[in-house]
Design a protein around this ligand. Structure first.
Ligand code: ADP
Length: 469
């Protein structure tokens, strides 16, 4: 039944659920059986006591009104109609012998219990159950005091009652066992059905391999929980797919970005070695190789920094920092480059301090990257503006340019590691600037977004919360 490993596991869950179901049903049946039995015997006792009281009342009134002979006759009639082994009636002197009695030969085994039976001290009946020592036949007895201080006793054999009770109990036990078996079976069916959805999902999932990450698990229609499991799995699959794609692109880009400078360095070294050279040629080769090495080192460091920031390992300073001088310094730094391209670089930064708790060095790099990009991608004669403002929730910095803007399909991807826009591949850069900006801003608890301006160009918006030390 449970051949494969998976089958064995789901069997265990089904078996566990069934067992739980059976245990709960057994407890429920047991409790129900106990309550019903108790209720039945209490009702039977009430009914018998009621009968005994009514009969005793009748005997007492016959004795009071008609005397002892009439009572004796009534005893005879009563035992004849009910059976001498079923009923016994006596009129006794307290602590003495009976002065009137029905046929009692059937009740000899109760002689000792009758002697010890509790005596009434009023005309209210006193009840007791007599358990003979050597017989399983117990009896119920009621006694009352007559006005002349005699004691009237009426006993009834509980044999028929016990027999009836046992029969009912037997029926109850059998039906409870049947109910238990039936509910255990239905519990097993339900558990199996519940597990069927999971089984179906697991089978669908196990068919998805590394090469078929495009596939999605189809909804099994086995209930909301299973559908939620499928949805969660599908979204995880999408995340894995995008991570695998990103990983592939990153490795492709790293390979490309490493290969080009290494090939360049090798080419220069080869040319210098194969052709007769002056000292100045060697010096130039050394300079180019140092520049390429610096570029590579910077790229590797930035990649590491992004990876550290993404995994939460980057040590970010959270010291009070006024963003106003930081932005003015960045603008002053890039002003000559902008002027060289005849780009107007505007600053709309308030005079009041814009203080947050943050890492000065890293935020300087973020603003520098964004202004540098704006200058790089804005054509000659364009405009760039750097705006900063304070809001209730934090500080907003916007860097707007009149450049070509960003194609819609690239807007979502420009913050990915090593991603470079289609048209930007010819210009210098390694596709790490925006990725670093995003991770640094996120490490400060902020966000950075990009959008195209309605009148051309694009705007990068940074939102930084005030933060804490
Ligand atoms: P890089 O500039 O080195 O290519 P970035 O990570 O800084 O890498 O930018 C990623 C891409 O985003 C760029 O290749 C470019 O396509 C696009 N981009 C960034 N800033 C701008 C901008 N101001 N205008 C147009 N495109 C931009």
């Amino acid at each position: 039944m449970c051949s494969s490993k998976h089958d064995r596991q789901s069997c265990t869950v089904v078996a566990r659920l069934t067992l739980w179901y059976a245990v709960i049903c057994a407890l429920f049946c047991g409790a129900m059986l106990t309550v019903v039995s108790m209720k039945m015997s209490r009702n039977a006792a009430k009914r018998i006591d009621h009968y005994l009281t009514a009969e005793l009342c009748e005997f007492a009134s016959i004795y009071t009104e008609k005397g002892i002979e009439a009572l004796q006759e009534e005893f005879g009639r009563e035992t004849e109609s009910e059976g001498a082994n079923k009923l016994f009636c006596r009129l006794v002197i307290p602590g003495g012998a009976p002065i009137a009695t029905s046929k009692t030969s059937e009740w000899d085994h109760l002689e000792e219990e009758l002697q010890n039976a509790p005596l009434p001290d009023s005309n209210k009946p006193v009840f007791c159950t007599l358990y003979p020592e050597h017989s399983p036949l117990n009896s119920r007895m009621a006694s009352v005091k007559t006005p002349d201080n005699m004691i009237l006793q009426l006993g009834i054999n509980l044999h028929a009652e016990n027999h009836y009770n046992r029969k009912i109990q037997k029926i109850l036990i059998i039906s409870s066992l049947l109910m238990l078996a039936l509910s255990t079976f239905s519990g097993w069916l339900i558990a199996r059905r519940a597990m069927a959805g999971i089984h179906q999902v697991t089978q669908a999932v196990s068919k998805i391999h590394r090469d078929s990450l495009d596939q999605q698990v189809s909804f099994a229609n086995k209930g909301r929980e299973i559908d939620e499991l499928v949805a969660a799995f599908n979204s995880m699959l999408l995340r894995i797919k995008s991570l695998v794609r990103e990983l592939k692109e990153v490795s492709d880009n790293v390979a490309h970005d490493l290969r080009s400078p290494i090939t360049r360095m090798r080419g220069i070294a080869e040319t210098t070695l194969t052709a007769p050279c002056e000292l100045s040629d060697y010096q130039e080769m050394g300079l180019t190789i140092i520049e390429e090495c610096d570029r590579l080192t910077e790229m590797i460091n930035t990649t590491l920094e992004i990876a550290q920031a993404e995994s939460g390992l980057l040590d970010i300073d959270h010291t009070p920092l006024d963003l106003v001088p930081l932005l003015h310094n960045a603008i002053d730094l890039f002003l000559p480059v902008a002027e060289e391209k005849q780009i107007v670089l505007n600053a709309n930064v308030p005079n009041d301090p814009l203080v947050i708790f943050g890492d000065k060095g890293r935020l300087q790099r973020v603003t520098a990257n964004l202004i540098d990009n704006a200058i790089k991608y804005t054509p000659v004669g364009g405009r760039i503006s750097v705006n900063a403002s304070k809001h209730k929730e934090g500080i907003n910095i916007e860097i707007s340019d009149s450049g070509p803007g960003i194609p819609r399909e690239e807007l979502d991807r420009i913050f990915e590691r090593f991603y470079r826009g289609e048209k930007s591949r010819s210009s210098s850069g390694n596709g790490l600037g925006l990725s670093l900006a995003r991770t640094v801003v996120q490490a400060h608890g902020g966000t950075v977004t990009a959008q195209n301006n309605p009148d051309g160009g694009c705007t990068f918006s940074i939102h930084l919360p005030i933060g804490t030390a």
